[in-house]
Ligand binder design. Sequence first.
Ligand code: UDP
Length: 462
Amino acid sequence: MQASVHFSIMGRKPHVVVVPYPAQGHVAPLMKLAYNLADHGVKVTFVNTESTHVKVMSAMPEKFKEESPISLVSVPVELDGTDAKEFVESAPSFMPGHLQNLIENINELNNDDQVTHIIADITAGWALEAAKKMDIKPAAFVPFGVANLALVLHNQMLIEAGIIDVDGIQMKDERICLSKKIPAWNKNELLWSFPGNPDTEKFMFQHFVRKIAENVKICNWLLANSFYELEPSACNLIPNILPIGPLFASDHLGTYAGNFWAEDSTSLSWLDQQPPRSVIYAAFGSTFVCDQQQFNELALGLEMVGQPFLWVVRSDFTNGMVVEFPDGFTKRVEKYGKIVKWAPQEKALAHPSTACFFSHCGWNSTMEGLSKGMPFLCWPYFTDQFHNRSYICETWKVGLRLIPDDNGIVTRHEIKTKLEKLLSDKDIEANSLKLKEMARKSTSEGGSSFSNFISFVERIKQ
Ligand code: UDP
């Protein structure tokens, strides 16, 4: 929401406890929401597991810790989304108890500071259940697109129609269509799809998808990091959805919002030295990994374009092996390539030197890229990223897809060809700028997301 407009609403100050699922792509948008709430006079306590809290605090510059408008706390749990299976299976047995202790402690400390609401990630159903038990009003937050939530809410219908089985595995080789205006889901491109890993898919379906559909029923509000004009058909399928995105943190702490890695600020000084709209920003979120052969193709593809690039290479990018660039690569590209371990992404995308976003299409990256008017080169890795690509390329027409060769490798030639095509495509450029404007309007006073957010704040202040 734009910080310039501030609503003063009479009544007591609500105190919201915000509970993310402990992974980068979940903590970041919820923290942005937390800052926006604080900005509108809501007291916020943000609860991470201890191991996530340590990552967030060590990546956070000192001055941000001192100036934080929200209270950042942890519960004593040494688990996080790094081992999703272990966390998801065991969290319901200990997280509600920790949450309850925390809230009781807060409530005992100060009578004026009682916890009034819990906002939890839609995948953290145990927090919503705990809220109900404690008679605290729960709101669920959806960190992925509304279309994918609609797919989840149709899961029983898909099973009954024989389209998927009880483990979420597709029975028929056909696309799943919920509405003519929402891109159909291709086989193996569902929210719970993990290519080549059927056990994880089943696990995801049983523990996330089925559970999300239950969680929706117990929350008083259903907030989503999307905006109505972006996904009107999907929003119409879920009448109680409150899209409040794209969420930004920029007004508060630079771009800082719950990073697990420290941002490399030299990315921005490097961007300052590049010509306007010349830089390929290549970043693939927090979990994308590839093998050495694919990594080499990616590096050489970027090199072959010959245009400036800013490439985020996390230390665990190559399947946990030490990252090794192709022979002589770093020397050859030193004049036009900048490689960092973690970038201030929102700022990099908003920078006038940035021309396009080479992305894995995580939902946060998608929202950040489109709200900055970026054309996308799409390289999804798993889960909702496939459908986000379909939205980007087929519906919004702001990007291109990469096609792997017969061995499943995205070659350097494919990368070079598609990047060049993307950079010279005037229609995509025009569509990207239109989408940017739509996103801006939606979060400005009078816009749909702005109004939804304000009405949510008013309700929790009553
Ligand atoms: N991000 C960042 N710097 C980077 C790469 C990513 O700040 O160098 C942030 C990005 O802005 C986004 C989040 O990490 O908010 C990644 O979320 P996304 O949903 O795109 O992907 P995931 O990490 O969940 O796969």
